[in-house]
Design a protein around this ligand. Structure first.
Ligand SMILES: Cc1ncc(COP(=O)(O)O)c(C=O)c1O
Length: 426
């Protein structure tokens, strides 16, 4: 029965029952962490053979005859460029292979733009009184952290299952020259798990921003991270942008953090020839070589893009049961109560849920005191301010199935308790 239709007496009884269950759970002394989308140990162990793949002096020589242990080849070895180019459907000349983290490449891209501008900038972004970024919400907390660090003003853009509100984006970017960028996670978005529709990608590719140096930060972190056989697919934004003469407007990012090792993977920045030239010149002052040994290890291990895709099936086999279990518990415990909505993603690392307005912080607090740490409520919004205090990002990947089941039981009890308290107070 919907909690909205209960009498005060029924609601009180519901609340008391939830409270009793909560106290029982608290007594178990759980200590579980569901706060970040980290791969679990079994997933990390999948890539162990990669560590031994370069086992003699000659194995460090790549296909071009380069000894990858030495300095040089700043933008990456050509075999690695080819692998990522094939995965992302771009030309290898557009790929800069970096270190282990795409977030670092994103941070550096914003830092470079602030300090020096991007290709086509009249002046560095820091020379403007104000620089603004559009932020589809809910979104990835670390994106918002990067722009907040540089004092960039962030504007919320509502998300929908087809992507962010394009009417709003088109209007805002066409009117305001100080809007210099937008954060996008176009496939299996963090946290909603939405994949942008073809129309959304086409509209992004055809944007006509007032700022000639506007950039779309296209963070394709989950490009091969499917959870279902009937998975989503994403239109290639560079193909579309080419048709509109807009290739310079896009910075695409990806990494193997959730393919091999988050702490020791390989990340890439993909951009037009003009952008690559401008970036490489500045990168050359910062670095002489990224970790080419790791690049070669990855290439030798996967061989090609199909090798990566086939390998992702192993991750799917570990992750899909965890996601299925979360959805199952939510449905059984909360279905029909009208106090929580949730997405059922076909890929990525998160399940995004919405409580009744004003309940997310309380649910996260109750969970923490009950022994389960969630991603902080509000974290999915710029400045950690969820205007409705309703969104929570669940990360099912790291805990074992047993722990996950306990954590989700507690989560559902907390949602019941917080919702009943809220409705009783109204
Ligand atoms: C959307 C998104 N982008 C980037 C990252 C981090 O990527 P990397 O490990 O390559 O820095 C994450 C990690 O959760 C993410 O969710």
């Amino acid at each position: 029965m919907s909690l909205q239709n209960m009498t005060k007496t029924e609601l009180s009884a519901f609340r008391d029952e939830a409270k009793k269950q909560y106290e029982d759970f608290k007594a178990l002394g759980l200590k579980l962490d569901m706060s970040r989308g980290k791969p679990c140990k079994e997933q990390l162990d999948l890539s162990l053979p990669m560590a031994d793949i370069l086992n003699s002096s000659s194995s460090y020589i790549d296909a071009d005859g380069i000894d990858v242990r030495n300095y040089g080849f700043l933008t990456g070895i050509s075999e690695a460029k080819q692998l990522f180019a094939d995965l992302l459907g771009v030309d290898p000349s557009m790929v800069i292979v970096g270190g282990n983290s795409s977030l670092t490449l994103m941070y550096d891209s914003v830092a470079r733009a602030m300090q020096f501008g991007v290709y086509g900038s009249e002046k560095p972004w820091c020379k403007y009184d104000k620089v603004k970024f559009l932020c589809p919400v809910p979104g990835y907390d670390r994106h918002f952290g990067v722009t907040e660090t540089f004092g960039v003003e962030m504007i919320n853009i509502p998300m929908s299952p087809t992507g962010p509100d394009m009417d709003m984006i088109e209007k805002l970017v066409s009117e305001d020259e100080t809007i210099k960028g937008i954060w996008c996670v176009p496939m299996y978005s963090n946290p909603d798990g939405y994949t942008y529709s073809d129309e959304t990608v086409k509209r992004f590719a055809a944007l006509k921003p007032a700022a000639k140096d506007f950039r779309i930060f296209w963070d394709n972190a989950y490009c091969v991270h499917h959870l279902k056989d009937d998975h989503d697919s994403l239109l290639n934004i560079f193909d579309e942008a080419k048709k509109c003469g807009n290739e310079d407007m896009i910075f695409e990012f990806a990494s193997t953090s959730k393919i091999t090792f988050p702490g020791a993977g390989v990340a890439v920045l993909v951009a037009s020839e003009n952008n690559v030239q401008q970036i490489t010149k500045l990168l050359g002052m910062q670095n002489i070589s990224y970790d080419k040994v790791n690049q070669l290890r990855h290439v030798r291990y996967f061989k090609n893009a199909d090798g990566v895709r086939a390998y992702m099936e192993k991750h799917k086999a570990i992750l899909a049961p965890k996601f299925d279990m979360v959805i199952d518990i939510l449905t059984k415990q909360l279905g029909g109560l009208d106090i929580l909505t949730w997405n059922v993603p076909k890929g990525g690392y998160f399940i995004s849920v919405n409580t009744l307005n004003g309940c997310a912080k309380e649910v996260a607090r109750l969970c923490k005191e009950g022994g389960v740490v969630l991603t902080g409520a509000g974290a999915t919004y710029p400045y950690k301010k969820d205007p409705d205090d309703k969104n929570i990002r669940l990360s099912p990947s790291y805990p074992s199935l047993d722990d996950l089941a306990k954590a989700m039981e507690l989560f559902c009890i907390c949602v019941k308790l917080a919702s009943a308290e809220k409705l009783l107070a109204e």
